[in-house]
Design a protein around this ligand. Structure first.
Ligand code: 7LP
Length: 283
């Protein structure tokens, strides 16, 4: 049966592109597990809610305060980076990614993280009460941490956001977003043949699309026997908050008859989808 999804993380992702000393932009987005609930575009002063449950259980007043904290942060971040560039002799253009968030763990505990990447590689993170440079960061990563760690006020704010606000906010949206997180959307499945792997061989392709949540089990079978040569693709997103998966089997033309593709998904209950291969799929 499909592997259960145990953790429900809340994640903030930020992409900041610095083209030269005058052009830059910062875009932010945030996800609850695999559902995007917020965007914060460069040209917008405010964080945009994408879901009716995005505000969670925070009051308008609490949210307003939080948003103000983020507005100050975004302005300060840009200014900070410009200063670091001068001080540390970093060259334009470059891209900075910030990721932060938290998730609930068993036993009423939670775990939080905040990481910063430069040109796609980790440079620093926030650990406990201070900034720490990544093991393989460029030499200026250490310098940046030393400077950042002198700002006691920011360290306290980051701790408060990560260890107090984030888990509390998460608990709220898990409540308000509950029905959407628990939605069950049934997959469709269909068969076709892929590019021939060689003379006298067939590539049987089973496509499964439109399911939610993500855990799914798809395999090629002969009767009750799972075919060990089954190749699973990655589970990739559709544009409508559902998932897609392609599963193939390379066989000789003679072996194809009698094979079936079987799909198990939580939305189907015990009613697995079973599709049998026949010559009509071979074209
Ligand atoms: C909130 C505090 O990203 C993702 C959440 C981070 C929340 C930080 C904050 O906004 C900035 C303003 O601080 C000032 O006002 C505060 C009250 O509002 C306090 O009084 C504080 O003491 C006072 O200084 C502060 O400017 C902060 O530094 C903003 C950015 C924080 C941050 N740092 C990590 C990214 C730096 C990457 C450097 C590495 C680098 C260098 C060059 C090129 C690439 C990469 N605080």
């Amino acid at each position: 049966s499909p592997a259960p999804q145990r953790h429900l993380p809340l994640r903030y992702l930020q992409i900041s592109s610095f083209a030269n000393s005058s052009w830059m932009r910062t875009d932010g987005l945030a996800w609850l597990r695999d559902l995007q609930a917020y965007t914060w575009r460069n040209d917008s002063d405010t964080i945009c809610f994408l879901k009716p449950w995005s505000q969670g259980t925070f009051s308008d007043q609490q949210w307003k305060q939080l948003q103000q904290t983020f507005q100050v942060y975004r302005r300060s971040f840009t200014r900070d980076i410009r200063e670091f560039v001068k001080m540390l002799h970093v060259d334009y253009p470059f891209e900075i990614q910030v990721s932060a968030g938290c998730e609930e763990l068993p036993g009423n505990t939670s775990e939080s993280f905040l990481r910063v990447a430069f040109q796609g590689r980790d440079v620093l993170s926030f650990q406990g009460t201070s900034w720490v440079s990544a093991p393989d960061a460029p030499p200026w990563g250490q310098m940046a941490c030393t400077v950042l760690n002198q700002d006691q006020g920011t360290r306290e704010t980051v701790q408060w956001l990560l260890h107090d606000i984030c888990p509390r906010f998460l608990r709220g949206i898990l409540e308000t977003g509950k029905s959407e997180l628990e939605k069950q959307v049934k997959p469709e499945a269909w068969l076709s043949s892929g590019p021939s792997p060689g003379p006298g061989r067939l590539l049987l392709v089973c496509r499964v699309s439109g399911f939610y949540p993500k855990p799914v089990w798809v395999t090629w079978m002969r009767g009750e026997r799972e075919q060990s040569g089954t190749q699973q693709g990655d589970i990739v997103p559709n544009a409508d908050e559902t998932w897609y998966l392609r599963v193939t089997l390379d066989v000789t033309a003679g072996e194809a008859t009698g094979l079936s593709c079987r799909v198990k998904h939580s939305s189907l209950g015990d009613q697995d989808i079973i599709l049998y291969w026949d010559r009509s799929h071979a074209s």
